[in-house]
Design a protein around this ligand. Structure first.
Ligand code: GLA
Ligand code: ZN
Length: 682
């Protein structure tokens, strides 16, 4: 982990002692229970502005001083949040401009959280003042480990100040109105601007969902403004405490509302560059009623890997739950053993922490039924507490792994802008775009065989990967196409698919069909796209096997490419469905139709063989048993995790030591339901 001086895994979480100032006994119990629960870190200060500055200019740091003192006494560390995630009531009243204005032009009143204007000079001034006070007061405190700026940045503001910043941003980017009107294709529906002053943020009362280039720029602008706000806070902190690393907690970027994964409209790949350490809040729906445990684990694994990949470095899980997530439609408990398994999975994928929301379950408020280390019963004889303590003990035993990295040779390309434009496109199958889900489907093939994967941007250094997977890369700039070409020309293997390379960075379709660079790279021309109804299928013959297509059948023509599979039905019967093309020293594959995992597994098998990607530790990979590997000081650490209720026998191809017991393990390991073993290759 960047720049901190700890050499153990962080275990702890969000703690709000200010909610309990009237209960001195509770505060005493907290400290004892933290020790007994093997908690070494607390996150203080999230949403605590009104406890620090209860009224304008009147400060109360006593409670915070006291908790710092107590945490020092028990040898713990503090991640200190700046309070900007929730502004005090008095401030909203005194300075209405700090309150966010929504897309309908309505200014919100005080209260709630994550609802300030990012532009307001007054809010920035107040934030700077309070951050300075916190940094000066606690900057040298030995317990201070890290800054946690604000909380889960998200959302947008449409106030006049923000609209002005938007106009400046637009003018700076496009310089002339001609250029702007052309870039945003404003003549469509008669929207052309004749004056910069006419430009408003896209909003539901006027422009939105029509001029998609404008919507895309708005998302870029919101990302820039959010980063600018974060940077202002980070600057204040860095000036006073240059050695304390800074983070802010990210959320999972998933469009799947049914699964209650929050949808985040910020480009984290840009944002991450401004952080010292990446951290995120992980709330998977374990034990749900729509997929297997292994399936949930695979998707969470993907997200962990994505956060690892933002800096190609260990990250922190800033929040997770010891038991229930109260805001899900059904707040299911974790079954015995699931806490150990799900938390170890975080570490296995590259986290250097397991932190929770929350340390103590609130007495009231909308999160009073959210899981916590310490429940309403205030008892150590509580199953959740015991499982947390047991996990803490195991984390201590494997602390030598803290800071260990990963060395994947496979990468999946994910581009926030491309995914935004794909999702906003009015066309194709509206419910069946499933961009992220498609990437996860490809990921699942590798996860199932314990082959590590990174999730990278098109402008990352691609040369370190042997296999690059870039399906549905809808928006591609000329630079992206060139780097894909260079990657393959120099010997890389690339896999792409339908719905790729269709629009430019202004969300305008490339004229003349599939861009020339991509035609050469894949050895194909694209002809037309057929979107299928649910339950409508074609058949593709690949080798001797037939596979069903769904959602998308793209009709293509092979030029220099070698046809590996063809459609079996419909008016494009016998035309190519999968094409392989030699380009320079490498190979590029184009998959024209959407097919299931049965196809992907068979498709990737020879590629995995040729590139020798197979895991050489577990001899009998099974989907329900995941093996993830971290590397440190020449040591390889393998986490074996059984994401099922059945017992599995794992065959090891190499001798290994159990990290927790120091004992040599047999070449055959029996993993019971939910069991996790942590091994070091001998
Ligand atoms: C988010 C927030 C926390 C809390 C949790 C509950 O991650 O950051 O303050 O509300 O959700 O799951
Ligand atoms: Zn605003």
């Amino acid at each position: 982990m960047a720049k901190t001086n700890v050499n153990y895994f962080l275990h702890g979480g969000d703690y709000n002692p200010d909610h309990w100032l009237q209960y001195p006994d509770i505060l005493k119990d907290d400290l004892k229970m933290m020790k007994d629960g093997k908690i070494n870190t607390v996150t203080l200060g999230v949403f605590d502005w009104s406890s620090i500055e209860p009224s304008k200019g009147h400060y109360n740091f006593d409670w915070l001083d006291k908790i710092f003192e107590d945490i020092n006494k028990i040898g713990g560390r503090v991640i200190l949040a700046t309070p900007s995630g929730a502004k005090p009531q008095w401030m909203s009243k005194e300075y209405p401009e700090i309150n966010r204005v929504d897309g309908n032009g309505i200014r919100h009143t005080a209260g709630f959280r994550h609802n300030h204007c990012f532009s307001s000079p007054i809010y920035r001034r107040e934030v700077k003042k309070i951050d300075t006070m916190l940094a000066e007061r606690y900057g040298k405190n030995p317990a201070l480990l890290m800054w946690h700026v604000s909380n889960e940045f998200s959302g947008e503001c449409y106030c006049d100040l923000c609209a002005n910043n938007w106009r400046k941003w637009v003018k700076n980017k496009y310089q002339t109105l001609e250029n702007l009107n052309e870039s945003w294709y404003m003549n469509f529906w008669g929207g052309a601007y004749s004056n910069w002053g006419e430009i408003l943020p896209p909003n539901p009362l006027g422009e939105s969902g029509v001029h998609e280039g404008m919507d895309l720029d708005w998302k870029r602008f919101v990302t820039d403004m959010t980063i600018d706000f974060y940077d202002a806070e980070a600057k204040t902190l860095r000036e006073i405490t240059p050695d304390i690393p800074i983070t802010t907690n990210f959320m999972a970027d998933g469009p799947d509302k049914d699964k209650f994964i929050p949808k985040v409209d910020l480009d984290y790949s840009k944002f991450a560059k401004h952080l010292d350490v990446v951290s995120w809040d992980s709330y998977p729906a374990w034990h749900n009623n729509y997929e297997s445990l292994a399936e949930t684990a695979m998707q969470v694994g993907y997200v962990h890997d994505q956060f690892y990949s933002l800096k190609h470095q260990p990250f922190l899980v800033m929040e997770s739950t010891p038991s229930q997530v109260n805001w899900m439609p059904y707040a299911k408990s974790k079954k015995p053993g699931m806490h150990m398994l799900s938390s170890m999975q975080q570490i296995a994928h590259g986290s250097d922490s397991t932190l929770y929301f929350q340390m103590r379950q609130g007495r009231a408020g909308s999160e009073k039924y959210h899981g916590a280390v310490i429940g309403h019963d205030n008892s150590e004889d509580n199953r959740v507490f015991k499982e947390v303590a047991e996990y803490g003990k195991r984390l201590e035993k494997i602390s030598e792994i803290q800071g260990a990295v990963k060395e994947p040779r496979v990468a999946i390309v994910y581009d926030w802008e491309s995914n935004w434009t794909l999702n906003s496109a009015v066309g194709f199958g509206r419910p069946t775009k499933l961009g992220v889900q498609t990437l996860q489907k490809h990921y699942s093939i590798f996860w199932g065989q314990n082959i590590p994967v990174e999730i990278v941007r098109p402008d990352d250094d691609l040369s370190k990967y042997d296999l690059l997977i870039a399906p549905m890369l809808y928006l591609q700039t000329e630079d992206t196409m060139s780097s894909l070409q260079n990657y393959v020309r120099n010997g890389g293997t690339l896999v792409s698919s339908y719905l790729s390379g269709m629009v430019d960075s202004n969300d305008r379709v490339y004229l003349g069909g599939f861009p020339d660079k991509l035609q050469k790279l894949f050895g194909i021309k694209t002809k037309e796209m057929d979107t299928l109804h649910p339950n409508e299928h074609n058949t593709v013959k690949f080798g001797y096997t037939k596979y069903r297509t769904h959602d998308y059948d793209e009709v293509i023509e092979a030029t220099t490419g070698n046809v590996l599979a063809a459609y079996q039905e419909d008016f494009f019967k016998q035309t190519p469905a999968v094409v392989e093309n030699q380009f320079g020293k490498g190979k590029a594959y184009y998959i024209a139709a959407r097919m299931g995992r049965d196809f992907l597994k068979d498709f990737y098998e020879p590629i995995i063989d040729q590139l020798h990607l197979t895991d050489d530790f577990v001899g009998n990979p099974e989907y329900e048993v995941s093996c993830q590997t971290r590397i440190k000081n020449g040591n390889k650490y393998h986490f074996l995790m059984n994401f099922s209720e059945a017992t599995h026998t794992v065959e090891l191809l190499k001798p290994a030591i159990d990290v927790e017991t120091g004992e040599k393990v047999d070449s055959t390991i029996v993993l019971r339901k939910y069991e996790v073993r942590v091994l070091r290759e001998a």
